[in-house]
Ligand binder design. Structure first.
Ligand SMILES: [Zn+2]
Length: 85
């Protein structure tokens, strides 16, 4: 016998416009943060998280992400360093 559970997913969409610290190019990024509401997704007190709790956590994660510096693809590409052997 198979039990199927469908858990509610709480999502939070974040987007930001940042400047690449290296070349000053403007970058637009977006990210979706999500968690499911389920009996195993507990808070520090061991109680399953409520939708409100999850939403607060997602907003916290989004704030951390928003504050993070982002480099553009060109600056992220590995630059081969000259080696002298
Ligand atoms: Zn760059």
């Amino acid at each position: 016998m198979t039990y199927r559970y469908t858990f509610d997913v709480v999502k939070w969409n974040a987007s930001k416009t940042v400047k690449c610290p290296s070349c000053k190019k403007t970058l637009r990024r977006s990210k979706t943060f999500e968690q499911t509401i389920n009996p195993f997704n507990e808070n520090a007190a061991g109680v399953p998280k409520s939708r409100t709790e999850i939403l607060m956590e997602l907003k916290d994660s989004a704030a951390v992400w928003t504050a993070k510096q982002e480099y553009c693809q060109a600056c992220l590409a590995p630059v081969p360093e000259p080696e002298d052997e």
